[in-house]
Design a protein around this ligand. Structure first.
Ligand code: SF4
Length: 337
């Protein structure tokens, strides 16, 4: 929600940089004229501000990555609003909006090898966005900017790294190059889609710490998409839990992880090793399968698997209820009010 604050001598409403409102994406199944639809994202809303990390967590197919792709318009939403810096970007033609918007919002992907060209040096791949977005002019200034980006991303010595090709780098170094390339346009927000899930455990922490430093030192906001709740707890200020295209629980990360209320969040956390407990946080038994996203039945999407399912869960979607100062969920166990 926008927050009111004193600006100069007057009270103004300060809006977050990015507001996603009631975002919906349905894909036609069986071609463009197919009658069935896959409900990939249903009524997703959240905000993301400068210098903030918001995590989207959930299993594969929960709609996390689709949500990020909708924000950068790799897919066009079925409905909803994406307000960036006070303007609904969906009211602008995708091509017209792209250069200025992508100069402020960047995306990095799970597979850094796939997102880098194997035929060009790292230096060349960093120069391109600098030139396209006019972040430096002249050969010397562009080269200096490339070296600065490599150093920022922890790739040293920068002169040597700039001459290398992607196949000469480790997975962690390639993801650092992807982050450096995103930084080349001086973005205010980075959408990071599973940025460490393909990396060895030993080098994940280095990339997470780099993101944390960029948040702290440059005020960059991150949408951190992951199925790893432990890293979300470490990195994110707030966490949204997605299931079958819906946000089922959202809140301040530490509170949500220490005090999960939704049966699905409890299920997810039951699989996270807890060093203090020696084994696992708690065991929650879930039955059944993840529901089909093609023409899903009404009611709570978690009902087929929920150990606490009630009759109304199968036909009525729960409303949003507040269970803490910044803690929300959708579950009939917590009726609004
Ligand atoms: Fe379980 Fe019902 Fe809550 Fe859904 S609404 S999570 S089925 S108790």
């Amino acid at each position: 929600m926008p927050e009111a604050q004193m600006v100069g001598s007057s009270l103004e409403v300060r809006r977050p940089l990015l507001e996603v409102r009631h975002l919906v994406k349905r894909f036609p199944v069986g071609g463009l004229f197919g009658k069935k639809q896959l409900h990939a994202v249903t009524d997703v809303s959240f905000t993301l501000d400068r210098g903030e990390v918001v995590a989207l967590v959930g299993e594969s197919g929960s709609g996390k990555s689709t949500t990020a792709r909708l924000i950068v318009r790799l897919y066009e939403p079925t409905s909803g609003e994406i307000i960036f810096d006070g303007k609904d970007i969906l009211k602008t033609e995708p091509r017209k909006a792209s250069l200025s918007f992508r100069g402020r919002v960047q995306m990095i992907f799970q597979d850094p090898f796939g997102s880098l060209s194997p035929n060009h040096s790292i230096g060349f791949q960093l120069e391109r966005p600098i030139r396209i977005h006019k972040r430096a002019r002249g050969e010397a200034a562009v080269r200096a900017k490339v070296y600065e980006l490599l150093e920022t991303a922890g790739l040293n010595p920068p002169e040597e790294m700039a001459r290398k090709y992607p196949f000469e780098l480790s997975g962690g170094q390639r993801q650092r190059v992807a982050i450096a390339r995103a930084l080349a346009v001086e973005p205010e927000i980075i959408l990071a889609d599973e940025p460490v899930s393909m990396l060895d455990v030993s080098i994940r922490m280095g990339v997470l710490n780099l993101m944390h430093r960029l948040k702290e030192e440059r005020g960059i906001g991150f949408l951190y998409i992951t199925h790893d709740l432990a890293s979300a707890r470490y990195l994110a200020d707030r966490t949204l839990v997605m299931y079958a295209g819906h946000v089922v629980e959202a809140g301040e990360s530490v509170d949500l992880m220490d005090n999960p209320q939704h049966p699905y969040t409890q299920l997810l956390l039951s699989a996270v090793p807890n060093p203090r407990a020696g084994l696992r946080t708690r065991e929650v038994q879930a039955r059944g399968e993840i529901p089909s996203l093609i023409n899903p039945p009404p009611g709570c999407p978690f009902a087929p698997r929920c150990p606490r399912v009630m009759p109304q869960c199968r036909h009525t979607m729960p409303e949003v209820a507040q269970v803490g100062p910044d803690h929300w969920l959708r579950c009939h166990l917590f009726p609004p009010g």
